[in-house]
Design a protein around this ligand. Structure first.
Ligand code: UDP
Ligand code: GAL
Ligand code: MN
Length: 374
């Protein structure tokens, strides 16, 4: 029909291609993140019974992603309104009557420091429970550290984010050693196989890149908040939604009354974790950090990058990833801090007056026996 009319044929061809591209784009357009996750979030048909062994091995991350070249995460909208139900009765706050007169409850950048007495659990629960949040919780149990899992998980089921949807991600080199623990409805446990590195320092510091990679692979689709915890720990009291915040660090129980010059920061300028003697707010412990998935992704990515730069010049910071975490929190201030109530150490023995509740603490372990290379 268009024989002899090359211009018309050309126009028709171009519009055909444009139309085809349009159709393809419609079919393959990126679906909003919430839609994907609500469609595919694994529903646990038998919550609380058997751990789910997911087959997603985390290969040696150096081989999979190079620092700085990680996948861009799609933002999962998280409800951060503090909506409060009508008609609930509670104690009135008084400006001239501080809840706690004995401890610092807010930082110089106006982030709250959470202590017993600074929050009303009924108010906090009423605000956060309706938000339908999922809290990812990572815990590594490599080598002999699988022995700590049962107490960790059983005590978490009693005290950790009770009535919230918690997804535990247990990283281990021995999936068959993960105990079967009864989980409350809505809570899930995923076992993720990881390699065992030779040195305990390496096992500890490599958590940063494995968490980064796992956030990129799946956690960004599966959770709103993420808390990364040591396994050689036990819960004793409420560890609830008062800990939720964008970026959350926990103050180390051994150093909270020390001057900053005595903090065990990395002091060699050659390390990316270097902090000069006249700098620093608090000494944070590597056993607990958390916050919104997106914020923790930034944290793990930066710490992983810095760990690898150090490694390339043969430097290992004084306290491995904990030193890099302290550097990160100095230059990216946490929006909420957990007092040492949230991270105690059984080695400290009795508790001083300011610690009104020990909520979570490191158990005493024989380091020479449980660690690989001691
Ligand atoms: N870890 C592990 N296997 C090891 C060494 C460490 O699974 O052989 C993990 C485990 O989650 C542990 C964390 O790394 O809680 C940090 O190590 P550790 O608790 O020994 O350090 P500490 O708290 O004593 O400084
Ligand atoms: C210890 C703790 C280590 C590290 C160190 C920092 O008490 O066991 O994990 O945090 O303090 O000086
Ligand atoms: Mn520990």
């Amino acid at each position: 029909m268009f024989k002899g009319r090359p211009l018309m044929r050309c126009c028709l061809l171009i519009s055909g291609i444009v139309l085809l591209l349009g159709v393809l784009q419609f079919i393959f357009r990126p679906v909003p993140f919430g839609v994907i996750s609500s469609c595919f979030r694994p529903s646990n048909p038998h919550p609380g019974i058997e751990p789910v062994l997911t087959q997603q091995a985390v290969p040696s991350p150096i081989a999979t992603t190079t620092p700085g070249k990680s996948k861009k995460l799609t933002r999962r909208p998280v409800n951060q309104d503090l909506a409060f139900p009508q008609g609930l009765h509670y104690e009135q706050p008084h400006l001239l009557k501080p809840w706690r007169g004995d401890v610092l409850t807010v930082t110089s950048w106006l982030a709250p420091i959470v202590w017993e007495g600074t929050f009303d659990p009924v108010i906090i629960d009423s605000i956060y429970k309706p938000q339908n949040l999922t809290i990812a919780t990572t815990v590594f149990a490599v080598g002999k550290y699988t022995r700590f899992l049962r107490d960790f998980l059983e005590s978490a089921e009693k005290h950790y984010m009770v009535d919230f949807k918690v997804h535990y991600y247990v990283f281990t080199d021995q999936p068959t050693e993960v105990p079967s623990v009864n989980l409350a409805p809505g809570r899930e446990l995923h076992v993720i196989p990881v390699p065992k590195f030779n040195r305990w320092q390496e096992i500890s510091l490599r958590r940063m890149e494995i968490i980064q990679t796992t956030i990129e692979e799946r956690i960004h689709k599966e959770a709103d908040y993420i808390y990364c915890l040591d396994v050689d720990m036990k819960f004793h009291n409420r560890w609830g939604p008062e800990v939720l915040g964008s970026l959350v660090g926990a103050i180390h129980p051994w150093f909270y009354d020390f001057d900053r010059v005595h903090f065990t920061y990395e002091r060699r300028p050659s390390s990316k974790a270097y902090i000069p003697k006249d700098q620093g707010d608090f000494y944070y412990m590597g056993c607990v950090f958390g916050g919104l998935v997106e914020e923790v992704h930034k944290l793990t990515k930066k710490c992983r990058e810095h760990l690898e730069v150090d490694k390339s010049i043969g430097v290992e910071a004084a306290w491995q990833e904990e030193s890099h975490l302290n550097w990160y929190f100095l230059y990216n201030k946490p929006t909420k801090l957990l007092s040492p109530e949230y991270l105690w150490d059984d080695l400290k023995g009795g508790t001083p007056r300011e610690i009104r509740a020990v909520r979570f603490s490191s158990v005493i372990k024989n380091k020479a026996e449980v660690r690989e290379n001691v």
